[in-house]
Write a new protein. Structure first.
Length: 178
């Protein structure tokens, strides 16, 4: 285990098994359709790459980068789009792929933004879900795992731009950021 981790929550094997199951579920739900998968940079990248290879349907890729306004460490709810998608999503079936849903403020904003662009449907897929952090009515349509209200890193998730390439998911030691 990485020395900065308190403990491992999900191993590579557990992640793999869950991602395969999500891919199967999405493949069944979207039978006969084409999907536009929109990965939210940068945290969703690792999950995105694994997930799309388990969806046995035509999938177009696009990416978006968003950040919360303000200097606060908490999500403010006002989201700034730093990089937009370049796909025309009108009448397309969009799945937003995220690393983790915490307050839900980022995804609520992005989902509504995509609906305004007249997508045929917009669903949310997140590897992780932190139910205790929720401050909106947003809920994921496809969720890998629920996690406790701790700071999680690995499998794409960072702290200060590091730990994204750890292949499993764990809780960061408080001593690293306290
Ligand atoms: P929210 O749902 O609060 O709008 O924001 C979700 C975003 O906050 C995620 O995409 C992720 O970038 C970040 N985030 C929330 N919880 C955690 C966590 O436990 N670990 C890491 N590394 N990022 C988190
Ligand atoms: Mg994110
Ligand atoms: Mg981050």
């Amino acid at each position: 285990m990485h020395k900065d981790l308190e403990r491992i929550l999900f191993t590579e094997e557990q992640i793999r098994e869950r991602v395969v199951a999500l891919g199967k579920q999405i493949t069944a739900d979207y039978d006969g359709k084409e999907i536009v998968a929109v990965g939210i940079l940068k945290g969703a990248i690792v999950f995105f790459a694994d997930l799309v290879r388990e969806i046995k349907l035509p999938v177009k890729f696009d990416f978006m980068a968003a950040s919360s306004y303000g200097a606060s460490t908490k999500t403010s709810g006002t989201v700034r789009i730093l990089k937009d998608i370049d796909t025309d999503i009108e009448n397309k079936h969009v799945i937003i792929v995220e690393d983790i849903i915490d307050s839900g403020l980022t995804l609520k904003y992005l989902k509504e933004n995509f609906e305004h662009r007249k997508a045929a449907s917009v669903k949310l897929c997140a590897m992780l879900n932190k139910p205790e952090g929720r401050r909106t009515d947003i809920k994921g349509d496809y969720i890998g795992f629920d996690v406790p209200d701790e700071f999680i890193v690995g499998y794409g998730l960072d702290y200060a731009s590091t730990y994204r390439n750890i292949p499993y998911i764990g809780i960061l030691k408080k001593s690293v950021y306290a």
